[in-house]
Design a protein around this ligand. Structure first.
Ligand SMILES: [Cu+2]
Length: 167
């Protein structure tokens, strides 16, 4: 009996180790679908970028950057009576876990401020999105014609082609 107890004493720490294996940390990557922008008029210095974002955990879109503009801001457009107002979401845009958040004309968008040159239809511009928790997501944003209400182009092939996070 004494011998058996000794054996258990030796085994116990091993068993505890096995149970205490660290849970693999899940990289909470934000999925970005159908990114697009609208072509801009020659003297227009701002443009909007639209995309649908889904985060597996609560997160926030904090900002973005692109070589085609001086800086980018996260905006919300709302109607107040007949007046369209745009404001910067200085605290970022909330991305509730598992919920698709659409950035679309008339609502949330990423604003390209101080465009270096007009956005032309058919052009593809790189935009990097920055989040509170998730790693940055690099988008290839297709520019749709002036006045377009959506990306206007059929998703090319597999979902996510060209718009996957490339990091
Ligand atoms: Cu705006």
């Amino acid at each position: 009996m004494r011998r058996l107890i000794l054996t258990l004493g030796l085994l116990a720490p091993v068993a505890i180790h096995a149970v205490a294996q660290p849970v693999a940390a899940q990289p909470a990557t934000v999925r970005a679908e159908q990114p697009w922008a609208r072509a801009t008029a020659p003297r227009q210095t701002v443009g909007g970028v639209y995309v649908t974002l889904t985060s597996p955990v609560d997160d926030r879109l904090l900002g973005a950057s692109s070589p085609v503009a001086g800086h980018l801001e996260v905006h919300e457009m709302t109607m107040e009576g007949n007046v369209m107002r745009m404001r910067e979401l200085t605290g970022g845009l909330k991305l509730p876990a598992g919920q698709a958040v659409a950035l679309a004309p008339g609502g949330f968008h990423v604003m390209l401020v101080d465009l270096k040159q007009p956005l032309a239809a058919g052009q593809v511009i790189p935009v990097q999105l920055r989040f509170e928790h998730a790693p940055p997501v690099d988008l290839q944003v297709r520019v749709a014609p002036v006045g377009a209400k959506g990306p206007g182009v059929a998703p090319s092939g597999a979902q996510g082609s060209g718009m996957e996070h490339a990091h």
